[in-house]
Design a protein around this ligand. Structure first.
Ligand code: MEV
Length: 323
């Protein structure tokens, strides 16, 4: 297959690949319903090591295909050979924290299986990773998987940058565009409360389908659109204000949590703007620090019981680790 200049080339097992986690700046949940979203790839990643085996195994567990829906659907959708494989996954991304651990696992595993199936170009890897995640979760948008495949900053259904690819599902299509990195430092803090993306997505879907829902969705759309434009022109104070507005909307659709609100309150004196990031109902917050107060912000979030990280956007998406 012609995989293009930045696709995943054909190789034979054993193979390894790595993909980054993600941080959603604007538009989570609303993106599932077609609104814009802004996401960047973070410098925490998952690496998978895959070799031939006598039975399918994930991290030494021969029940892996039964216990892990992502593993099972990756084998079904990305592995042409269907012979058994042993997969070991090592991740620095906290699980169920809103930071894209499942998308990074799916994209890195799909990259290996597609490489061993003859290679794949990046748009197809993005479509395939979305389909694997969607088959495992039952719901969702391609924001997380496309970011794990593209790296850098991406806008879904927004912005005016280069069109990387379009992702298709039976009910709609999402356009994925490149956004340039303004070079800011971001701080993320995990609340320590794991949550289920699928449950949160279904609950928000019900809220947006109830009276007043379409107006709320329109507000989500407006905030994310302005947010993408503001970040694109490096307008930090507008981005900060829009982060706060986006948090109000997320609170209104019921996916904030007392622990997240406590972290946002603790962050306020050292951050220009902050919000939950990911599915919410637990998970993590993202904050844009007041310049010069990055260390104070980290201290405040840690004192309030969060697990803070300074995250740097990384330009590279899923790739084979060769040599
Ligand atoms: C989860 O990281 C982001 C959500 O918008 C779900 C999705 O887009 O698939 C909540």
């Amino acid at each position: 297959m012609n995989v293009g200049s930045n696709g995943i080339p054909a190789r034979e097992l054993p193979l390894s690949a790595r993909a980054p986690g993600k941080c959603i700046v604007f538009g989570e949940h609303a993106v599932v319903h077609g609104a814009p979203e802004l996401v960047f790839a973070i410098d925490l990643s998952t690496q998978v090591f895959v070799k031939k085996s006598e039975t399918n195994r994930l991290n030494a567990d021969s029940e892996g295909t039964r216990r892990n829906d992502y593993f099972r659907s990756a084998l079904e959708l990305a592995w042409k050979d269907h012979s058994p494989v042993d997969v070991r996954a090592i991740s620095r991304i906290p699980k169920a924290a809103g930071l894209g651990s499942s998308a990074a696992f799916v994209a890195s595993l799909a990259a290996v299986l597609s490489s061993a199936s003859g290679g794949i170009d990046r748009p197809r890897l993005a479509q395939q990773s979305f389909e694997i995640e969607r088959a495992a979760q039952g719901v969702g948008s391609p924001g997380d998987t496309s970011t794990a495949v593209a790296g850098g900053f991406v806008a879904i259904n927004g912005g005016s940058g280069e069109l990387l690819w379009s992702i298709r599902a039976p009910e709609r299509q999402w356009d994925v565009r490149r956004v340039s990195d303004p070079g800011w430092v971001w701080v993320v803090a995990y609340s320590g409360i794991p949550r289920s993306t699928a449950e949160a997505v279904r609950a928000v879907g019900a809220r947006l389908g109830a009276p007043g829902g379409p107006e709320l969705l329109e507000e989500f759309r407006r905030v994310a659109k302005h947010g993408i434009d503001a970040l694109g022109r490096g307008d930090r104070s507008s981005v900060a204000e829009l982060l706060k507005k986006n948090q109000e909307l997320l609170r209104e659709v019921g996916v904030s949590h007392p622990r997240l609100e406590a972290l946002l309150e603790a962050a306020a004196p050292a951050s220009e703007g902050a919000k939950l990031t990911g599915a919410g109902a637990g998970g993590s917050v993202v904050a844009l620090p007041v310049p010069g107060k990055e260390a104070e912000l980290v201290r405040r979030l840690a004192r309030a019981g969060g697990l803070p990280f300074v995250v740097r956007p990384v330009p590279d998406g899923a790739s084979l680790v060769e040599g």
